[in-house]
Design a protein around this ligand. Structure first.
Ligand code: PLP
Ligand code: TYF
Length: 396
């Protein structure tokens, strides 16, 4: 049966983890996978999460099946977070939100639903993008292409190219956009550029699918979410996938969501019924724990305030590490101005290092980033930063 089964390539990022774990170098630093570590190099367990879990454990509950679309209080909290509790679009019942297995699950449910709605549509992802974007939409049966995004020479977004790509797209094309904290480059487009993208999406009849995996890691929860309000204000039917993996440091609980904005309440209920089919045929219904924790935090004013503060601490620490990286590289003797690192946002920095340099960083120094030069700034800390800077200085 399996004699002709080919060995699949490893995930370029998760595969690095395996290599890192097997490395005996005592100084090794993992800047490969997008995971936030605190200044002690530890994966945080947020106080707000611990508090919510403590309360939950005090009155243990039996675990029946959840509704197909998940915990109602969770879905409503996500809606409020993403669109604003008092927004017209939520109050008028135009948003259908379902709990999903991580942001990945939100993308997959959206992709399966879209395949039924627009079976012939093409999908465009940014060049470059999170690798799984392509895989998820290809697996859902779509042809996936890319739109111009990164300009290596300019160290920024090739916005003209992006607009040209979008303008050339067929009506109905599905465009996957990083709502904030672009992965892997760390370069976002400006407010004004978002307005121009929205105008093209509207003009050309494209379908925007906004991937929000890092809300709160850019400029703030509301600031990062504002782009969603712009699409809604333009009267567009959009998809938004949400991930709490990073913002709640709940990677392994697989907490995410998919929200779809319909034209009216009746349409939204039909959309929801189809999203439930996609969920049922993938995994029937979501798990309880992670969603219950996030709902408990988001729906309790005290815990919510604590979460906002803890998320702000992560955001501020990452920004401080960007500056330390720039200063440290200069002090370590790197001639080139690396100041661009502080104009990037979110967890990642596209460092501009070549594949050869990244391979040397790994093999000679145990400093792991992706071959594309992407480094997870959120894994730098006051103890490893000097070592990382010295290593980079030796390979550039
Ligand atoms: N989208 C982007 C851009 C990501 O970087 C990630 C990272 O994991 C995801 C989606 C998936 O999130 P999750 O781990 O919640 O599935
Ligand atoms: O880009 C990253 O590092 C994170 C984590 O298949 C990740 O988004 C990486 C690869 C993958 C799933 C998650």
């Amino acid at each position: 049966l399996f004699s002709a089964v080919e060995m699949a390539p490893r995930d370029p990022i998760l595969g690095l983890n395996e290599q890192f774990n097997a490395d005996n170098n005592p100084n090794k630093v993992n800047l490969g996978v997008g995971v936030y570590f605190d200044d002690n190099g530890k994966l945080p367990l947020l106080q707000c999460v611990q508090a919510a879990e403590k309360t939950m454990m005090a009155t243990p509950t039996a675990r029946g099946y959840l509704p197909i679309d998940g915990i109602v209080a969770y879905d409503n909290a996500v809606k409020a977070l993403v669109f604003g509790a008092d927004s017209d679009v939520v109050k008028s019942g135009r948003v259908s939100t379902v709990q999903a297995i991580g942001g990945t699950g939100g993308l997959k449910i959206g992709a399966d639903f879209l395949k039924k709605v627009s079976p012939k549509a093409k999908v465009l992802i940014s060049d470059p993008s999170w690798e799984n974007h392509r895989a998820i939409f290809v697996n859902a049966g779509f042809e996936v292409d890319s739109y111009a995004y990164y300009d290596a020479a300019k160290r920024g977004v090739n916005f003209e190219g992006m607009l040209t790509s979008l303008n050339a797209a067929e009506p109905g094309t599905i465009v996957v956009l990083h709502a904030c904290c672009h992965n892997p480059t760390g370069y976002d487009i400006t407010d004004d550029q978002w307005d121009q993208v929205i105008a093209v999406v509207k003009d050309k009849g494209l379908t925007a699918f906004l991937d929000m995996a890092y809300q709160g890691f850019g400029h703030g929860i509301a600031e990062d979410g504002a782009v969603i309000g712009k699409f809604v204000a333009a009267g567009l039917n959009i998809f938004v996938s949400t991930s709490f993996s990073k913002s709640f440091s709940l990677y392994g609980e697989r907490v995410g969501a998919l929200s779809v904005v319909a034209s009216d309440k009746e349409e939204a209920s039909r959309v929801l019924s189809q999203l439930k089919i996609a969920i049922r045929t993938n995994y029937s219904n979501p798990p309880i724990h992670g969603g219950a924790v996030v709902a408990a935090v988001l729906n309790n004013p005290e815990l919510r305030a604590q979460w906002e503060q803890e998320l702000a601490e992560m955001r501020v620490r990452i920004k401080a590490m960007r500056q330390k990286l720039v200063d440290g590289l200069k002090a370590a003797g790197v001639q080139q101005d690396m100041g661009f690192i502080t104009s990037q946002i979110g967890m990642f920095s596209y460092s501009g290092l070549t594949k050869d340099q990244m391979v040397r960083l790994r093999s000679e120094f145990g400093v792991y980033g992706t071959d594309t030069g992407r480094m997870c700034v959120a894994a730098l800390n006051s103890k490893n930063i000097d070592y990382v800077c010295a290593a980079i200085a030796k390979v550039v």
